[in-house]
Design a protein around this ligand. Structure first.
Ligand SMILES: [Zn+2]
Length: 292
């Protein structure tokens, strides 16, 4: 699934290409009946022609196209959605679900193999994105990260991936950030001490900046607005590196299940009770202490 760096790469690609242009026509494929969530597909297709795209913003993994009548076209790519900017006469793209013709004879095409993506046309974006937590790239202060971990006994990785707690991170970047911070993905969020929150806060920023520099990760379907793959998949430290040596310590990367999702980490760099082991009384046998 595209995560924050992939969606942000698409946004930055589209800005100089479509902002200031007017939608002249909308084609919605009949094989994508669930793509448009609001309003009805017919109303959606009728309302968009004549609208100029004034700006594009992002909240977590959602893209928001600001339209000249004050409404917002909101897009979520889910698993396999892609937004491609093509000239009108460019060859067909497979799995095309909808396209928006623009006034410069270009097209914004939405393709989606698995058809899980969604679009909305709304007056108030909060109706769609209002429940999202702070954006992991734009709005995450140390204090915000501290308060979203406080009081939560769920594993820290699950909290990082919970879009209502923090918007933008999925499996790839939550694993990578936890590795950089040296924190075990199963640690209860509330057990992180302030130093660990500081390391995690810095790691999230570093991981996202790195991935943006590489134009996102293409482990499977992700492509940018020109249909090109990202490059960050060649730079990950733990994600999908099961049994390969950790670049830092040489220990084999492990894979566990956490909340139904595969999770990768280094058992040495991300010790289970990191932060707590320093407080273990010396006389307690190591095994008994680590079982608690
Ligand atoms: Zn390691």
């Amino acid at each position: 699934m595209p995560e924050l760096p992939e969606v942000e790469t698409i946004r930055r690609d589209l800005l100089p290409r479509v902002v200031g242009h007017t939608i002249t026509h909308v084609f919605l494929s009949p094989d994508a009946p669930r793509l448009v969530r609001w309003p009805s597909p017919a109303e959606f297709c009728r309302a968009l022609p004549g609208q100029r795209i004034e700006a594009i913003s992002r909240r977590g993994k959602y893209l928001l196209f600001h339209l000249s009548d004050g409404r917002y076209l909101i897009v979520h790519l889910r698993m396999t959605g892609a937004l491609l900017h093509r000239t009108k006469d460019a060859p067909d793209d497979p799995y095309l679900r909808i396209h928006f013709s623009l006034d410069d004879r270009s097209e914004l095409r939405y393709t989606d193999l698995r058809k899980l993506g969604s679009m909305w046309l709304v007056e108030e974006p909060e109706a769609v994105v209002g429940k999202l937590g702070p954006d992991a790239l734009e709005g995450l202060s140390w204090q915000a990260l501290r308060s979203l971990t406080d009081g939560r006994s769920a594993p820290i990785k699950a909290v990082l991936m919970d879009q209502q707690a923090l918007a933008g991170l999925g499996n790839i970047y939550s694993e990578e950030a936890l590795f950089l911070a040296g924190i075990h993905p199963r640690r209860p969020a509330k057990s992180l001490n302030d130093d660990e929150v500081t390391r995690l806060h810095r790691a999230i920023g570093e991981v996202l900046a790195e991935a943006l520099g590489h134009r996102g990760s293409s482990f499977r379907d992700y492509v940018d607005a020109e249909g090109r793959q990202g490059q960050h998949q060649w730079h990950v430290r733990v994600y999908r590196r099961t049994d390969e040596p950790c670049y830092t310590c040489g220990t084999q990367i492990q894979r566990i299940k956490l909340g139904g999702r595969s999770t990768h980490f280094c058992p040495r760099c991300q010790r289970r009770m990191d932060g707590d082991h320093r407080r273990r009384p010396r006389h307690l046998p190591r095994r008994a202490a680590s079982d608690t």
